[in-house]
Design a binder for this molecule. Structure first.
Ligand code: BDP
Length: 727
């Protein structure tokens, strides 16, 4: 701790007192109605009941407003300080009293330059926040090398206030570890959102470019507050129209709104666009006319959007066109687009989520099989975007074996934020632990400690280009994400994208405080509830390494019996392989040998049923129903126990929530209570349907002490859902 002069101490106390008085005058009950629109940027008065002493005189804000980013930074601080402390700060060029907040860059502010603080390690987006003395006055500075860093710093500072942190002696510096921190919107031009459960698309394409909904600005604020610096506006199952002049004008209008917030726009590009909107006969990446078409298109885009980010491409996957249609490789396709973008500084995010038209022996192996050998064949401005697991955003998957296996290629993580496989809008499932589990997984490819986080932040193989993407859960719902708790998944994604080594619990703690209240009697149980929620979903949906048991097409609810899909590898029965003897997908050396896509020591572990973590048992092994688990119980017993435990956990979450009535506004409280009731009912449905089905296969009696399913298997099989959202 720094030494403080007696005068300074006296002043600090005086401010503390002053602010406490203001705060107590402004004290309002937390029980006002809210609709969730403000997200975590909820600058409501900090209550006098809190123990914090706000040693800050918010009445003086010393900062410039010469650039758009400086202006939005100033607006955000004014809005935040007014809301939180009840005082509108005055703007000033000089520090005339203690407690001022000084914001800017050494280049834009002589005052900041004079402080000579070391900003060398902050890079373009980093910042430092520090308690300093300026002309005899105590002040807080938020300094960066570029305006955008100062905006990020301002949001960090506001977060400290919002979460009740001491701010009197700040000395912190932070900068992002990952370069591209991107939200992927699976939004269609007709306003629908693929796998969207929060209303329709927030992009009002029809009224763009003229009408710029205020929501676009709030969206940009929210993203900037957690460090997101890129957005892909349209679905990976892309229509070529987005690349036509009419739509590019609209895209440019959105880019203009986002630019001050440090956010670049990207587009999903349909590989066959040269045919569909270019009038060419082919989209062959080696055809000079095709190459020229993309170069011209890139030039056209950059004329409108000079900081355009680049293209995201889903090629030769689930029926999408791609280079393989012409006998070319994924590298040929990606490089052709990369060459068109390179002169303008754009990148290609090429997806590794591919699988061929004809179902293979093990779909889990396909991405690795297709891409591993292409390592070293991509241009420098190509990132390979890899889903976290080898199948498809399931409640639990082992990490994708491509992580660590392509050292010469920057691998970009793709997480799903929208809960396509985790209960849509209504289930309370905090995805922080899922993301953290994947990011902290050790690939072992460069010895111990070769975590997935180090692969994607580029440090493991010295890549300067790095990225992480999350499939957005945002729509026109007033609360943006379909439920208040789903906002936490957007939030934690951004925070982990900034620094993938953070703890998801600490992030949940921040989110709860910012979103609801700092009252620990509320914060603690809610954070606990969030932290346990993902494991609960794994338990009531797909315990012990099971996966892909959901309803066909729409993915709502359980359907482990389903064999209706046209492709074998879209059917649950393909994945669980239950028969009278046992259950699970044999991916060992005597099965599909997917284990050998991992580094040898990990492969050996997964290959050995005794060494495989039980949470992934049925992912890698087909075992007998009577297989002895570590608990000494049979697999059949443990399966039923896990399904039951999942439902019990949801009951506990409801119970916890029922004790928290009165801590927050009625609106958000009630909606969460109702959604938890839906979740409990659906968790019970998952459990009962899966147990009924697996019992019909295993022929085993229900272990004693467990309730039988509420309905017959026939009943569960008879349910059909023609109008599920997001499909
Ligand atoms: C699957 C979704 C599908 C997406 C696909 C993808 O069900 O809607 O198009 O992922 O990521 O999980 O391309």
């Amino acid at each position: 701790m720094r030494n403080k002069s007696p005068r300074h101490r006296w002043l600090s106390r005086a401010f503390a007192l002053a602010i406490l008085i203001v705060a107590s005058v402004l004290h309002v009950t937390s029980a006002r109605a809210e609709d969730g629109y403000e997200l975590w940027l909820r600058y409501h008065p900090l209550t006098a009941g809190q123990a914090t002493i706000y040693r800050i005189d918010a009445s003086q804000l010393v900062m410039g407003s010469a650039t758009p980013t400086q202006r939005v930074t100033r607006e955000e601080l004014q809005r935040g300080l007014l809301g939180l402390l009840g005082q509108a700060p005055s703007l000033s060029d000089t520090v005339t009293r203690d407690g001022a907040i000084i914001v800017g860059t050494p280049a834009s502010s002589p005052l900041i330059a004079r402080l000579r603080l070391d900003t060398a390690d902050l890079g373009h987006e980093g910042y430092l926040i520090r308690h300093v003395n300026v002309d005899g006055h105590a002040a807080t500075v938020i300094i960066a090398n570029d305006d955008i860093g100062a905006l990020y710093g301002a949001f960090h500072f506001l977060r400290l206030l919002q979460t009740d942190q001491p701010i009197a002696h700040l000395d912190l510096r932070d900068s992002p570890r990952v370069k591209l921190r991107v939200l992927d919107h699976w939004d269609n031009l007709d306003g629908s959102v693929e796998r969207g459960y929060a209303g329709t698309s927030i992009w009002d394409w029809f009224k763009l470019p003229d009408w710029l909904a205020p929501r676009y600005t709030d969206y940009a604020r929210a993203n900037a507050s957690i460090g997101i610096n890129g957005v892909v506006l349209n679905n990976v199952n892309a229509t070529p129209q987005i690349l036509t002049p009419v739509y590019l004008e609209k895209v440019a209008a959105l880019a203009n709104v986002f630019r001050p917030y440090g956010i670049r726009v990207y587009l999903s590009a349909r590989f066959s666009a040269p045919i569909e909107i270019g009038g060419l006969k082919t989209a062959d990446p080696l055809d000079p006319q095709v190459q020229q078409w993309w170069r011209t298109k890139a030039g056209e885009i950059y004329k409108l959007i000079p900081d355009f980010g680049g293209f995201l491409v889903k090629a030769n996957s689930e029926g999408q066109p791609g280079p393989q249609d012409y006998g070319r490789t994924h590298a040929d396709g990606a490089n052709m687009l990369a060459d068109a973008l390179a002169p303008h500084g754009g990148v290609v995010m090429w997806r590794a989520f591919v699988y061929s038209q004809s179902a293979s022996a093990d779909r889990a192996k396909q991405a690795y099989d297709e891409f591993k050998s292409l390592d070293g064949h991509f241009r420098a401005n190509v990132l390979l975007q890899v889903k976290n697991g080898p199948i498809d955003f399931q409640p639990r998957e082992p990490f994708n074996p491509l992580f660590g296996a392509m050292p010469k290629t920057p691998l970009m993580m793709e997480f799903q934020i929208t809960k396509e496989y985790l209960g849509f809008a209504t289930h309370l499932v905090y995805l922080g632990p899922l993301y953290e589990e994947v990011l902290s997984a050790d690939t072992m490819t460069h010895g111990k400690g070769s975590t997935v986080a180090k692969v994607i932040d580029g440090t493991l193989d010295n890549h300067t280009l790095s990225g992480i993407a999350g499939v957005a859960n945002i729509g026109t719902d007033q609360n943006w994400s379909g439920s208040v708790f789903n906002q936490a998944n957007w939030y934690v994604f951004g925070r982990l994208a900034w620094n993938p080594t953070q703890s998801s619990r600490a992030i949940a703690d921040d989110w709860v405080r910012m979103t609801f209240t700092n009252d620990v009697a509320f914060v603690k149980p809610v954070v606990d509830m969030m932290m346990g929620s993902r494991e609960a979903a794994v338990d009531y949906m797909t315990p012990l390494g099971l996966h892909h048991l959901m309803g066909p097409g729409h993915h709502y609810g359980p359907a482990p019996w389903d064999a209706s899909e046209p492709r074998a590898d879209w059917r649950p029965v393909y994945y669980h392989r239950a028969d009278s003897e046992g259950i699970g997908f044999d991916r060992t050396r005597s099965g599909s040998d997917a284990v050998d896509q991992y580094e040898p020591s990990i492969a050996a572990q997964f290959n050995d049923v005794k060494q495989t973590p039980e949470e992934l048992l049925l992912w890698f092994h087909h075992v007998s129903w009577d297989y002895r688990m570590r608990s000494g119980q049979t697999l059949w017993y443990e399966l039923v126990a896990h399904y039951t435990q999942g439902v019990d956990h949801v009951m506990q979450m409801r119970e916890t929530w029922s004790r928290l009535d009165g801590y927050i506004d009625t609106e958000r409280y009630q909606q969460t209570a109702t959604f938890l009731a839906i979740q409990e009912r659906e968790a019970q449905w998952w459990r009962d349907a899966c147990i009924a089905y697996f019992q019909s296969i295993s022929g085993r009696p229900l272990p004693p002490g467990f309730a039988p399913p509420q309905h017959s298997l026939k009943y569960y099989e008879s349910l059909s859902f023609p109008y599920v959202p997001g499909h």
